[in-house]
Design a protein around this ligand. Structure first.
Ligand code: TXA
Ligand code: MG
Length: 344
């Protein structure tokens, strides 16, 4: 398949390109589009065949459900059973990087939800995503636009690398703002369970929900027989080619003292560049130590860059703190490292 790549920086001025992309969605095709979290691989969420094409293009197991993206929070009515808490959260956080799991209506085929009787709903804030969904006139089912097992794409180049020739169209909207996937919550009345941490933090959710619990899979290894609340959490994700070890403690001193050569890769803080540069290790700066937003923005690109360095045999990163946006970084890194943590 020939993939058409279109740079879209202004969806209003480029309404005709958006209309063409929307037509591709409506006829059952696949369009990669930017969102404020990561790039998505979109198809018509009401079309079981389009869902099949998404799973095939990504090489994704078909029991791992897709998020449906709507143009306005109230559009969820047609596809899911909403609740007062859905609207309270929507009022605070939509459009934006929050996904809410709701009971599914029959307008969404079971193949989209991996056979579940719930459906994940998100209303993205990115102007290109919004324009595309509105023009398509159907909800857009979209997992992250990476091949299964690769880091989510935060640049159009990442999606092109993984999906060129496997989708009809890629809309290049520049770098994703946040850089980690949306926060996912499951509601039970006024209580919520956090299934995947993201830009909308647990504390922010606590300002709206009565209670917010963390699903165990967010931070822990599940036993073989345990089923995570979010099917995606059982899959090994984002594993870089060189095995990753997370350093718990004052890792700057540890790394400065460690024996290194170019086969050792370090996802380092910007402040560490000068100290570590002389050591011969291969550095991937991910932002200033206290700038969690910069680290979220850089993490997946840094993991992809590390994979390009075939000489690497080991990779190190700092173990993030679990508060605020740190929890989202922790969740992605601990899984990339297959829970390998070293106290230093
Ligand atoms: O930021 C995002 O959420 C991006 C952009 C494109 O919107 N999308 C994304 O999709 O990250 P994906 O497919 O890579 O991750 C969706 C996660 C998976 O872990 C899946 O298991 C979970 O959401 N999920 C989807 N539907 C679910 C459901 N009904 N119940 C529980 N978990 C669900
Ligand atoms: Mg994904």
């Amino acid at each position: 398949m020939k993939t058409e790549i279109i740079v879209v920086r202004d969806p209003i001025a480029q309404a005709s390109e958006i209309a063409r992309a929307a037509a591709v969605i409506r006829r059952g095709g696949l369009v990669v589009f930017p969102t404020e979290t990561v790039y998505g691989l979109g198809g018509d969420a009401t079309d079981a065949n389009a869902a099949g094409a998404i799973y095939a293009a990504k090489g994704r197991p078909t029991d791992n459900p897709l998020i449906i993206h709507v143009a306005n929070p109230q559009d969820a009515e047609r596809y899911a059973m909403t609740s007062p808490m859905y609207y309270k959260l929507a009022h605070q956080f939509m459009p934006g990087p929050l996904t809410i799991i709701l009971p599914r209506k029959n307008t969404i085929p079971l193949s989209v939800t991996g056979g579940l009787d719930t459906v994940a709903v998100r209303c993205p804030a990115h102007p290109v995503a919004h324009a595309l969904i509105a023009a398509a006139g159907v909800p857009i089912a979209a997992p992250s636009a990476n091949l299964s097992g690769r880091p989510s794409p935060t640049l159009a180049e990442h999606a092109i690398r993984d999906l060129d020739g496997r989708v009809d169209m890629i809309l290049d909207g520049g770098p994703a703002d946040f850089g980690l996937e949306s926060t996912i919550v499951l509601l039970d009345g006024d209580n919520a369970t956090l299934l995947r941490p993201g830009a909308v933090t647990a504390d922010a959710l606590r300002c709206v929900c009565h209670r917010v619990d963390l699903a165990p899979a967010v931070t822990e290894v599940l036993a073989e027989h345990e089923r995570p609340l979010s099917p995606g959490m059982k899959y090994k994700h984002y594993a870089p080619r060189a095995p990753l070890t997370l350093l718990d403690g004052d890792a700057t001193d540890f790394l400065a003292a460690a024996a290194c050569d170019r086969t050792v890769g370090i996802l380092c803080y910007d402040e560490e560049k000068a100290t570590l540069a002389g050591k011969g290790a291969t550095l991937f700066p991910i932002g200033a130590k206290n700038d969690l937003a910069a680290q979220a923005h850089r993490l997946f690109a840094a993991l992809r860059e590390a994979d390009e360095h075939t000489e690497l045999t080991k990779l190190y990163a700092h173990l993030p703190k679990k508060d605020g946006v740190g929890l989202a970084l922790y969740n992605r890194l601990i899984r990339a490292a297959a829970h390998t943590v070293m106290k230093v």
